[in-house]
Design a protein around this ligand. Structure first.
Ligand code: PLP
Length: 355
């Protein structure tokens, strides 16, 4: 099945053959949360066709892509924001709301957009995680005072991979959104056990003070093509749109639309990621290491030793994992590669962790 769906079926050679793009060849690349099962064959064909008219600005594909996403989510075009990867819409939102108040966020979370906004004047207030490394919703709620304009929640969270229960987050959003806009980053929500329940999209449908961000970089395996989107009440969506700078490119848009409509690829991609997650989880648990419960395309675990030194040893075996996070020097984050590469990681991990 993989051959019919994955991009490698379109190009006989590795997609990076002969080109200075993509991860360094000869290495197993488990340090960024990408998805090597993408792009789908349909996305590649669409990208190729779009590249033939690359002399022109994007045109109607821009609207068409937003239309199919809006329809699937029970929304309309005025709820939509399209951006160059979700990081751009996230940055735009934090910049926009940062002009009128503080942004509240968990201490350990995805934060490139917040660092960007901080550099241009936004103030970010961090709330420590709970003892079990989950996002501490009670503490977050308590920290919302009149100075806070936006609360950022990444669900599931990066780098922990942990998911907040859907109804718990729904109740949190219901209360907190009376006082500040809640920005829910759902970059990984399509990889959770029950995406419909985990997602806060129903709050957007009901006109709540909530913004949802999603991306084509994860499930769809289109990280390099830079397409992300936001969904929100029309007034909130317009405000984010006004702060977006890049125009999404026609190749990314065409690939994203083809991938979005390719339900067979979506379920294939999801199943490969879940299969890979089990390989990595098993590699840890075999050595009595308890990974955090991940519902994403990466696994985070306290390996009980200096992760940067361990990553160096892995690198000698041509495997890359993420560097340590500040305050978590013994936690390793391993992203999903193709399942065969994850088995190689597991074998190497078996050797190195016992020495
Ligand atoms: C939680 C989260 N949000 C957003 C992004 C940005 O993704 P992109 O800009 O590729 O859509 C990432 C990237 O890893 C992420 O982990």
């Amino acid at each position: 099945m993989g051959g019919a769906l994955a991009g490698a079926a379109v190009f006989a050679l590795s997609p990076t053959a002969g080109m200075a793009v993509g991860p360094a060849r000869g290495y197993i690349h488990l340090n960024s949360n990408e998805n090597p099962y993408g792009p789908s064959a349909a996305a590649l064909r669409a990208a190729y066709r779009a590249s033939e008219v690359g002399a022109y600005y994007a045109g109607s594909i821009n609207r068409e892509l937003q239309q199919v996403i809006a329809e699937e989510n029970g929304l309309t075009l005025d709820n939509m924001v399209l951006s160059s990867g979700s990081n751009e819409a996230l940055s735009a939102a934090v910049v926009a709301w940062g002009k009128k108040g503080r942004i509240l966020a968990p201490a350990l979370t995805y934060d490139l957009h917040m660092k960007y906004a901080q550099r241009i004047g936004a103030e970010i207030r961090r709330v420590p995680l709970a003892a079990d490394m989950s996002i501490d919703l009670d503490a977050m709620e308590k920290a919302v005072d009149r100075s806070v304009s936006m609360v950022y929640v990444c669900n599931p969270n990066n780098p922990t991979g942990m998911l907040i229960d859907g109804d718990e987050l729904r109740e949190f959003c219901g209360r907190v959104s009376q006082r500040a806009t809640v920005l829910v980053d759902e970059a990984y929500s399509e990889l959770t056990g029950d995406p419909e329940y985990s997602s806060m999209i129903d709050l957007v449908r009901n006109g709540g003070n909530v913004i949802i961000m999603r991306t084509f970089s994860k499930l769809h395996g289109l990280a390099g093509m830079r397409v992300g989107y936001g969904m929100a009440r029309p007034d909130l969506a317009a405000r984010v749109r006004h702060h977006v700078m890049a125009w999404p490119n026609v190749i990314g848009l065409a690939a994203a639309k083809a991938s979005f409509e390719d339900h067979a690829f979506r379920s294939y991609s999801r199943s490969k990621i879940i299969e890979g997650r089990k390989v990595v989880n098993d590699a840890f648990t075999r050595h009595s290491i308890r990974p955090l419960p991940s519902e994403t395309n990466f696994v985070f675990a306290d390996i009980g030793r200096d992760v940067d030194a361990f990553a160096e040893k892995l690198l000698e075996k041509r495997i890359r994992i993420h560097a340590s996070y500040p305050d978590y020097p013994t936690y390793a984050r391993v992203s999903m590669g193709i399942v065969e590469d994850l088995h190689t990681f597991a074998d190497v991990f078996d050797q190195l962790i016992t020495t």
